[in-house]
Design a binder for this molecule. Sequence first.
Ligand code: GDP
Ligand code: GDP
Length: 438
Amino acid sequence: MSKPIVAVIGRPNVGKSTLFNRLTKSKTSIVDDTPGVTRDRIYGEVEWLNHKFTIIDTGGIEPDSTDIILSQMRRQAEAAIESADVIIFLVDVKTGMTDADTHVANMLRKSHKPVVLVVNKVDDMVHQTMGMYEFYNLGLGEPIPISSGQALNLGDMLDEVVSYFPDEDAEAEEDDKIRVAIIGKPNVGKSSLVNKIVGEERVIVSNIAGTTRDSVDTEVTIEGQEYVLIDTAGIRRRSKIKENIEKYSIIRTIAAIDRADVVLILIDAEEGITEQDTKIAGMAHEAGKGCIIVVNKWDAIEKDDKTMNAYLKKITNTLAYMQYAPCMFISALTGQRIPKLFDTIYAIAQNQSQRISTGVLNDVLYEAMAMNQPPSDKGKPLKIFYMTQVSIKPPTFVIFVNDKELMHFSYQRYIENQMREAFGFKGTPLRFIVREKG
Ligand code: GDP
Ligand code: GDP
């Protein structure tokens, strides 16, 4: 159910970004035009054979001395070890093995995470193979030669990567617990919110199971419903280099979103919504999760009767693609509206799993078409034959039409709105797949 995460780590200039672009380019994302998200993208989706996974390029930082290279690589590796399912450790045949490579290899060996050692820039598979042998010394098994630049041998590498993926059946977290990821930029109040929830008298905290020091799942029971809170605060606390750390904490955020049913996107009321918030929100939206926009620190600002509406307006304008997500104003400090927050989380978790029968769905579709006719292009009208729901989390629908080109975004949006009116679906994105039927 949740997609495996593959992290690419390695020194600057070994070709991480080139490899990343190579693997993600051909893939057309459903929401490639989500504003604020596609810029400096460092994560993307890859499909290989029957597998889909998320790849994260942890690079893109230009350290200026060997010391910094080492410490940054160590942090990258830590973050990858913590949150990734498989690590691609990329080295460069042109520069050969370096001390930094050896250091990181030692860390990776100790972690017992699956590591695929990949030697890049082997543009000439016949004459450059000699340079490969020294990488056996890293003690990470057989190095796989590739050329990201020339797109050589990437299939062999991907075969190796997917061979480490956990067995899907064994991994599926199938129970009635509602998994809630709490995401947001540093200092927005993620830890405070978890602490406040856990500290409430009517909350039963059944266990706190930490996989590492930094990532902690908290299980709580509220009104008979079990929730797993996935907190993403962490590593950055130990470091002074804030911007860089945020890059690494993206891995944690992606991993948390991936496991969640409902994502709380925290925004700091004192600062208002920022570009970083938009990026983080876009990640949850793209992943198709239930979303709540949670404006925290509501206690800390001066308010009158217009303040909340002004906030709502700003947020709705900024996150225009997330109209389905409710916006709540809370205080992790005082506990204001936290019980209501859980009512909303519960409702959204139900909506994520809502199934509509084909008959009822098409009643709504035909009525929508009768009220507002499908568009035509150069005299050719769009015909929609019927639609059917194919999956949940998020609810996904296939629409059968005469010609895909005729299905304009605005008409699809109209149908979506009619469906939301009829069935609710508050808090969850909906996905549509348009198919031609002869
Ligand atoms: P990053 O810092 O690890 O992300 O590295 P980049 O992807 O930015 O690549 C660094 C340089 O190596 C760029 O000039 C790339 O064009 C070059 N490069 C990447 N892959 C290959 C390759 O397979 N062969 C060759 N010859 N050059 C490559
Ligand atoms: P995190 O980095 O997102 O986990 O943020 P923290 O939970 O560590 O909170 C950062 C700072 O914001 C701390 O000083 C908190 O006391 C403060 N804070 C968190 N939530 C609230 C709130 O609802 N109201 C106020 N006034 N301060 C808050």
